[in-house]
Each structure stands twice: as structure tokens, then as C-alpha cells.
Design a protein around this ligand. Structure first.
Ligand code: ADP
Ligand code: ADP
Ligand code: ADP
Length: 211
């Protein structure tokens, strides 16, 4: 399966990804995670992306398309993939379609994680992440077993620099202006997910959408 997850910041894409990946034997590529790793490693690409990310704006299409081209070649992506946070512009979607069609492939399904903007403030301001794995927790909705500590590795959790109410406004504007049109681009392949439900109910909707 070749899948795309689209949804505003905090809609639960990263939370559902491990289940989707494991139950369908796919690789998981999250451009946000790849970019944050490049920023932390201070690579030239990371240094270039950092400003836009801190401001809640999108990084250039060129940078993220390059990251996907590089990562989608990996052997673990041969059986299929789940793209989380990519494509986020129509240009990115067109580049992705070209990349795949040159190999006789295409996107099978696009899951549209719908959550109203108002609900996202609490989701984002309460989020804690384990940077190395991309796992996310929530201080109210999905707390770790021990506060501040990743359940799997025991390593510390951190707050993302862009997870504040102010930057969220910019990220939501970018979503509505630049990412929402990607849903129309893939229209026949889109399945809407009511992502404002509890995590387990969202997981059930996703399973049905992929069955
Ligand atoms: P969210 O939790 O808001 O869905 P991500 O981790 O997917 O956030 O993305 C964080 C930031 O990384 C975005 O605000 C943007 O600056 C950058 N980014 C991630 N993916 C893309 C993309 N496909 N195109 C442009 N910028 C991206
Ligand atoms: P995204 O990857 O779309 O930006 P995340 O999966 O990181 O979003 O989820 C954002 C925050 O909301 C996290 O703190 C996560 O624990 C929490 N969360 C995810 N799904 C739900 C849900 N269905 N109900 C309540 N909180 C959720
Ligand atoms: P206490 O646990 O002493 O009542 P806090 O609730 O402020 O105090 O937690 C102490 C620290 O643990 C916080 O500063 C924060 O860094 C972290 N923390 C608290 N709750 C969570 C959570 N659900 N997930 C991750 N880290 C948390």
C-alpha cells in the first residue's frame, strides 16, 4: 500500500502511524521528523529549514521533495509506505505523482484527518515528544506511564519549539491555504477520518479505511 496522511497540526497523524505501519508492513516517512533531525544535526539543509519551521511556515518544496526522494528509495519502503505530513502543497503532490509514475506506481489512498481548529490548541500545547522515535504523548489525553519519560526507551520527553498557541496560528493558516488543496488533488482516493474522536475510535476508522 502507498498511503498519504493529511491533516492539520495535532490531528493525530503521528499517533496513528505506528499502527498503520505495523499492521500493513509499510515504512513510515514523516517529513517533520526528518526535518527536525536535520535541524538538530545542524546539516546545511537543517540550517536552511529551521527559520520557516520556527515561524510555523512551510519549508520550500525543493527541500522536502529532496528528503522524500532520498528516503523513499530505502529497502524498507519497497513494500509500500505511509507518508505523514507530505505532500503539503499541490506542487509537492505533483512531484510525488511524477516520482511514482516513473516506476509505474501511484498513491492508493489518502486519509484526511479532520479536526476543527479549536480542538487543536489543547492537542498541541499539551504534546510531549520523544525526538529519536517521533512518538508523541499528551499530558491529559495520552500521558506516558512516568511523566516526562518515553514508555519504550525511558529517555526524556521534550516540547517542540513550534508547539505554542502563537505559532499554531501560522501553522493552521499554512494548512488551510496550502495543504487543504492537496485533498482536492487526490479527491477520488480520499477517505475522511473523524479524527476528533478518542484514539481507539480513530484507529478503528483507519483500519476500516484500509481494509
Ligand atoms: P505537525 O505536527 O504540525 O503536523 P510536522 O512535524 O509535520 O508538524 O511539521 C513541522 C514543520 O516542519 C512544519 O510546520 C513545516 O515548517 C515543516 N514541514 C514538515 N513537512 C513539510 C512539508 N511537506 N512541506 C513543507 N514544510 C514541511
Ligand atoms: P500530528 O502528528 O497530526 O501533528 P500527533 O499524533 O502528534 O499529531 O497528536 C497531537 C497531540 O494530540 C499529541 O499530544 C497526541 O498524544 C494527542 N492525540 C493524538 N490523537 C488524539 C486523540 N484521538 N484524542 C486526543 N488526543 C490525541
Ligand atoms: P509534578 O509531576 O511534580 O506534579 P508537573 O506536573 O509540573 O509536576 O511535572 C513535572 C515535569 O514533568 C514538568 O515540568 C514536565 O516537564 C513533565 N511532565 C509533566 N506531565 C507530563 C506529561 N504528561 N508528559 C510528559 N512530561 C510531563
Amino acid at each position: 500500500k502507498r498511503l498519504v496522511l493529511i491533516g492539520p497540526p495535532g490531528s493525530g497523524k503521528g499517533t496513528q502511524s505506528p499502527m498503520i505501519k505495523n499492521e500493513n508492513c509499510l515504512c513510515h516517512l514523516a517529513t517533520g521528523d526528518l526535518l527536525r533531525a536535520a535541524v538538530a544535526a545542524k546539516t546545511p539543509l537543517g540550517l536552511e529549514a529551521k527559520k520557516a519551521m520556527d515561524a510555523g511556515a512551510l519549508v520550500t518544496d525543493e527541500i522536502v521533495v529532496g528528503l522524500i526522494e532520498e528516503n523513499i528509495k530505502k529497502p524498507e519502503c519497497r513494500t509500500g509506505f505511509v507518508l505523514d505530513g507530505f505532500p503539503r502543497t499541490v506542487v509537492q503532490a505533483q512531484k510525488l505523482d511524477e516520482m511514482l509514475s516513473s516506476k509505474g506506481q501511484s498513491i492508493d489512498r489518502v486519509l484526511n484527518f479532520a479536526v476543527a481548529d479549536q480542538a487543536l490548541v489543547d492537542r498541541i500545547t499539551g504534546r510531549w515528544v520523544h525526538p529519536a522515535s517521533g512518538r508523541s504523548y499528551h499530558e491529559k489525553f495520552a500521558p506516558p506511564r512516568v511523566a516526562g519519560v518515553d514508555d519504550v526507551t525511558g529517555e526524556p520527553l521534550v516540547k517542540r519549539k513550534d508547539d505554542n498557541a502563537e505559532t499554531l496560528k501560522s501553522r493552521l493558516s499554512a494548512f488551510h491555504a496550502q495543504t487543504a488543496p492537496v485533498i482536492d488533488h487526490y479527491k477520488q482516493r480520499v477517505v475522511n477520518i473523524k479524527a476528533d474522536k478518542p484514539q481507539k475510535e480513530v484507529a478503528e476508522q483507519v483500519r476500516k479505511a484500509l481494509a
